[in-house]
Design a protein around this ligand. Structure first.
Ligand code: ASP
Length: 398
């Protein structure tokens, strides 16, 4: 019998906690397994950004031809994701789940020199002076910028770009494959990181984790039950109560699979059958939404990054929190619509503000349940977007 990865992770967490309690400080000996797992995540991140961003953009076809629906969809997606991240950031600043965890500076040794870049230099440095230098130094914003440029350029040269499109699609598929393999190793990583965390800090880490989860869950609830319904009512002129009944199977599937991509056929079906949104709108808005519009993931990544900063006792300025806002949005766009993807792209957010990647070890333990919840919110956000865009296009709905 083969257990699913998330069941394995659950077992790994429990075993890790038990072993951590039994071994105490000695659990540090198995930390190397967790370190290796985190190094794998680090190894994949730059090529993954390059491949998935370029492949995503070229899949849209000629960027100029996207037209009005494209623009409206884009604005709606960016606006809702930004709203979601803002709610998350406000909550995490109020609830401060990571304060008092006090991981200590030893674990945070990954911190580079400690100088805080100014907002001006962050904006300037988005443009890489040298792409390879940016890649070598894990400067994710610069790599994202270059990938966008590359994707748009490839789309705009038409037939001549064909072979590059094929190349990047294949490259992307390969990176996804590797990510998939890394996820399979996650139980070992989780086990080692849990054992080390509990071993060195004791069970005191559990309480902050619960507050952290509560912060994410509250943020997701506000976004799903207040922000999006208001938009649905005002922009979409559609009853939120009727709509949740219309798309319930999609949201429930998203919750149980933790994959927006796997849910997509059901989302399309619900929208077309139950709401009367045209195929023209659903076939554009929903697949795009499943891959790029992840409100729940963005909110989660912002909260998680702040939680890690708080736990390591690192104060982040308003400017740095703005960087978190931007990178969490970009990281959610870059996250594949598959289980656990948000946990990989959170590296983008952590890197951008120089937070220790080791912090991922803490949040891994509760990731699966949060993944299910954020995926449900992601799909709910896509569905609301389809109604809003359809209405703006003047469609008559049920
Ligand atoms: N599982 C999420 C989704 O498919 C992505 C994530 O990990 O946040 O929407």
């Amino acid at each position: 019998m083969k257990l699913k990865v998330h069941t394995q992770i659950l077992i790994a967490i429990i075993l890790g906690v038990v072993v951590g309690i039994l071994l105490g400080e000695k659990a540090a000996h198995i930390k190397i397994v967790g370190d290796m797992f985190i190094r794998l995540l680090k190894a994949i991140i730059i090529p993954l950004i390059l491949a998935s961003m370029v492949a995503g953009i070229v899949s849209l076809g000629d960027v100029r031809k996207l037209g009005r629906i494209g623009l409206r969809t884009f604005i709606y997606y960016m606006a809702t994701t930004t709203l979601a991240v803002s709610v998350g950031l406000i909550l995490v600043n109020l609830m401060k789940p990571g304060i008092g965890v006090d991981i200590g500076i030893e674990a945070g040794a990954d911190l580079s020199s400690g100088e805080v870049p100014s907002v001006i230099s962050i904006i300037r440095d988005i443009i890489p002076a040298n792409l390879f230098d940016a890649m070598a130094k894990d400067q994710v914003l610069s790599v994202i910028f270059f990938s966008l440029l590359l994707g748009v350029a490839i789309s705009s040269i038409g037939e001549k770009g064909r072979s590059l499109i094929t190349f990047f699609e294949a490259f992307n598929a390969v990176m996804m494959k590797i990510t998939d393999w890394i996820m399979r190793l996650a139980p070992f990583g989780v086990f080692a990181l849990m054992a080390h965390t509990i071993g060195s800090m004791g069970l005191s880490v559990i309480k902050p984790l619960i507050v952290y989860m509560a912060t994410v869950v509250l943020g997701l609830t506000i976004h799903a039950c207040v922000t999006l319904p208001i938009l649905l009512k005002t922009l979409g002129k559609y009853s939120p109560l009727k709509f949740i009944r219309d798309v319930f199977s999609a949201v429930a599937t998203a919750f149980s699979t933790a994959s927006s991509a796997a849910t997509l056929p059901i989302t399309m079906d619900c929208l077309q059958e139950n709401t009367g949104v045209s195929n023209k709108v659903t076939s554009f808005v929903l697949p795009l939404g499943a891959t790029v519009n992840m409100d729940g993931t963005a909110l989660y990544e912002a909260v998680a990054a702040m939680f890690i900063a708080q736990a390591y006792g690192i104060d982040l300025s308003i400017g740095q929190q703005m960087v978190i806002m931007l990178t969490a949005t970009l990281a959610s766009i870059g996250a594949a619509a598959i289980p656990g993807a948000g946990l990989v792209t959170i590296v983008i957010v952590l890197r951008a503000v120089n937070l220790p990647l080791e912090g991922i070890g803490m949040i891994l333990a509760v990731d699966r349940i949060l993944d299910m919840l954020r995926t449900a919110v992601n799909v709910w956000g896509d569905a609301c977007g389809a109604v809003a865009v359809a209405r703006l296009e003047g469609e008559k709905l049920n």
